[in-house]
Design a protein around this ligand. Structure first.
Ligand code: PGA
Length: 250
């Protein structure tokens, strides 16, 4: 049985003070869950978040990484820096970064490899646009992202990637993919992983759904056969809402 991993993506919301307030309320609400809870916060919030979750079952992640060791790269943060502070997860290749920061699959692949060198688990986002869905090329789009983004990883590394299937048209729009469509896409990803890395890796890899997950639809999505939890944006900003999503099975 694969565990469920439920991750929040705060994007550019919540200041360090908001972070303290959030965890004051949130920690107790999820302390009894068997599900893995990760919250990916803005860099500026990492220290507050680590401090506020010490000794709890909540893991802290970031939302992006630079693959280079160091360098004259104004505004960037390296995997080594993230490792140093004790963060173990990072979202990589979110569609907002692909779109607004022109991140390519080759570049995302470098980040994933660098993350592994620094013991950081990548939460790799893949997903199709509305146009691609309407053209019937969803499977082609997400499988080619998988092939390119994971290129050169060992099976052991591949097994430890968390994949978030996030249809771009469902992110922040209130439009959720139907549970059947979301599950189908996660199945395609699992099959592709099977072709690349074999059955064992395909059976073990965690594949989340993301895109307008909320308390009202979490249970239906997370109980589908191939959906192993979620990547949650807007609904992860409020302690009560995100706790309800984490506790979907209570
Ligand atoms: P959303 O965002 O839940 O607000 O749609 C999901 C994401 O971007 O990861």
């Amino acid at each position: 049985m694969r565990k469920k991993v439920i991750a929040g993506n705060w994007k550019m919301y919540h200041s360090p003070n908001d972070t303290k307030e959030f965890f004051k309320e949130f920690n107790d609400l999820v302390k009894d869950t068997q599900n893995e809870v990760v919250i990916c916060v803005p860099y500026i919030d990492v220290a507050s978040a680590l401090d506020a979750t010490q000794g709890t079952n909540i893991k802290i992640g970031v939302q992006n990484l630079n693959h280079q060791k160091d360098g004259a790269l104004t505004g960037d943060v390296s995997c080594k820096m993230v490792e140093d502070i004790g963060v173990k997860y990072s979202i990589i290749g979110h569609s907002e970064r692909r779109q607004y920061h022109h991140e390519t699959d080759d570049y995302i692949n470098l980040k994933i490899k660098s993350a592994f060198e620094h013991h950081i688990i990548p939460i790799l986002c893949v997903g199709e646009s509305l146009l691609e869905r309407e053209k019937g090329i969803t499977k082609y789009k997400i499988c080619s992202q998988i092939v390119l983004d994971l290129d050169g990883l060992t099976p052991e590394q591949a097994k430890n990637v968390i994949i978030a299937y996030e249809p771009i048209w469902a992110i922040g729009t209130g439009r959720t993919a139907s549970s059947e469509d979301a599950n189908q896409a996660c199945k395609w990803i699992r099959e592709e992983i099977g072709k690349l890395y074999g059955e064992e890796v395909a059976n073990e890899i965690i594949i989340q759904y993301g895109g307008s997950v909320k308390p009202a639809n979490a249970k239906e999505l997370f109980t589908m056969s191939d959906i192993d939890g979620g990547l949650v944006g807007g609904a992860s900003l409020k302690p009560q809402d995100f706790a309800q999503i984490v506790n979907y099975d209570k």
